[in-house]
Design a protein around this ligand. Structure first.
Ligand SMILES: Cc1cc2nc3c(=O)[nH]c(=O)nc-3n(C[C@H](O)[C@H](O)[C@H](O)COP(=O)(O)O)c2cc1C
Length: 163
């Protein structure tokens, strides 16, 4: 299966995580800033990562991608989402971008995998990243819980390849 990791990252933290996921899964890794719709559609399993900015907003390069190309057609493809945020300073909208990407990719026709337990995080009630008590993708906090990131990535990558 052809696996591609696509990330949007403003300060580099999401990029670092994307590279780690790419190494573990032997996947191609791309900055969404320089990706076409055809490229993303050429993968069977798309792993999409974004940090959250502003007040619960998708990272800019992802917003630009959807503005430029619209929503890709990913019928019969598999998609997993990961997102970085800050659960202390942005508690109310922690990793909101996960929820935003989730809904966009769901409307692309793909099957979403990689939902993640909420235990071990503290978050407010407004975040769109959680549904039915689960994050809609892997939530990471490099600001407050960096020491947990590698283990979380290891578990999650194992979960998604077996889904
Ligand atoms: C101005 C600013 C706004 C932010 N807004 C949010 C937010 O709404 N929700 C959240 O979970 N994290 C928020 N963050 C935290 C970033 O998502 C976090 O630092 C992330 O690791 C950055 O990843 P990047 O370097 O890949 O862009 C914000 C950070 C800054 C500096």
């Amino acid at each position: 299966m052809k696996i591609g990791v696509f990330y949007g990252s403003t300060m580099g933290a999401t990029e670092d995580v994307a590279e780690k996921i790419g190494l573990i899964l032997k996947a191609d890794v791309f900055n969404i800033e320089s990706v076409s719709k055809d490229l993303i559609q050429s993968y069977d399993f798309i792993i999409a990562g974004s940090s959250t900015w502003g007040y619960g907003d998708l990272q800019d390069d992802w917003s630009n991608f959807f503005d430029d190309f619209g929503i890709p057609n990913l019928n019969n493809k598999k998609v997993a989402i990961f997102g970085l945020g800050d659960q202390e300073d942005h508690k109310d909208v922690f990793v909101n971008a996960i929820g935003i990407l989730h809904d966009i990719f769901e409307s692309s026709g793909a099957t979403l995998v990689g939902y993640w337990p909420t235990e071990g995080y503290s978050y407010g009630s407004n975040t769109t990243a959680i549904r039915d008590n689960k994050f809609l993708g892997l939530a990471l906090d490099e600001v407050n819980q960096a020491q947990l990131t590698d283990e979380r990535i290891k578990k999650w990558t194992n979960q998604i390849v077996n889904s």
